[in-house]
Design a protein around this ligand. Structure first.
Ligand SMILES: [Cu+2]
Length: 259
């Protein structure tokens, strides 16, 4: 259902969505049960003429079991949520699958710089490709990133990938993603980093092999027109829906029409 609002575009976005679904289902179940009971009791035991209110201490076993049994059930469901969380956390955050490509992501007030290690797969060599607010990657390839910050705390967030990672000054934080569909998606900063935080957006474009080769050649020859810059310059062309994916993103268009 979440894909209706936002694309699911990475190898692990489905796992994150499922986790949210499980949590929503469990919490939703208790929410409906508790509020249903509340409304029922309000109506059933409302003030009536000639009926005196009872004083119930809730100390008898026949009364305490109404607290204890739901309590045990909630704890059991907590265990389910925690177990599901740990599995997803270990698979995504603790495991670094073998890489196809390496990039460096640098956050600063208020933009993103990207350095692609290029063909040799080694950063800080002559074939590195540096871009600002505009990241280009290949579909179905695993990217390792080294995340850094030049000044304050930032957070590298790609909602379509369900990826979010803090950038901490003085540290290099490793992570990974594997895009599964082509298109252009939002990158945002998800950590309050100063008064320009709200404009700290960028774009990640996921290419097929041919399209990637063409774009990188254009970047190297200086003829590439940034997708992100173009998008910022043309306000009429739906600034929020950046997707080049065929299907229509009606929710994003609705948002775009409001703002
Ligand atoms: Cu920020």
């Amino acid at each position: 259902m979440i894909e209706y609002f936002i694309h699911s575009a990475s190898s692990f976005s489905g796992d994150i969505d499922n986790l949210f679904f499980v949590i929503t289902l469990i919490i939703g179940f208790w929410f409906i049960l508790v509020f249903g009971a509340l409304v029922y009791f309000i109506l059933r035991f409302r003030r009536k003429d000639g009926v005196k209110a009872q004083y119930i201490t809730g100390e008898k076993h026949s009364e305490t079991k109404w607290t204890h049994y739901p309590h045990y059930a909630v704890i059991a469901m907590d265990v389910v949520i925690i177990a599901a969380n740990i599995i997803v956390w270990v698979n995504i955050k603790q495991t670094l699958p073998p890489k196809d490509n390496l990039i460096r992501v640098i956050g600063q007030q208020w933009s993103w710089s990207f350095v692609d290690a290029g063909q040799d797969g080694v950063l800080d060599t002559a074939d590195d490709i540096t871009t600002v607010n505009d990241l280009h990657v290949k579909v179905d390839e695993t990217y390792h990133f080294e995340l850094q910050s030049r000044d304050v705390l930032h957070n590298f967030s790609v909602p379509a990938f369900r990826l979010r990672q803090d950038a901490v000054p003085g540290r290099t934080i490793s992570g990974w993603f594997k895009p599964t569909i082509t298109g252009s998606f939002d990158i945002q900063c998800a950590e309050m980093c100063g008064y320009g935080h709200g404009i700290m957006g960028a774009a990640i474009t996921v290419h097929s092999e041919e399209s990637y080769t063409t774009t990188i050649a254009q970047i190297k020859s200086g003829t590439y027109e940034s997708h992100f810059q173009k998008r910022k310059g043309t306000k009429t062309a739906s600034p929020i829906n950046t997707s080049q994916v065929e299907e229509k993103d009606s929710f994003a268009e609705l948002l775009a029409s409001i703002f």
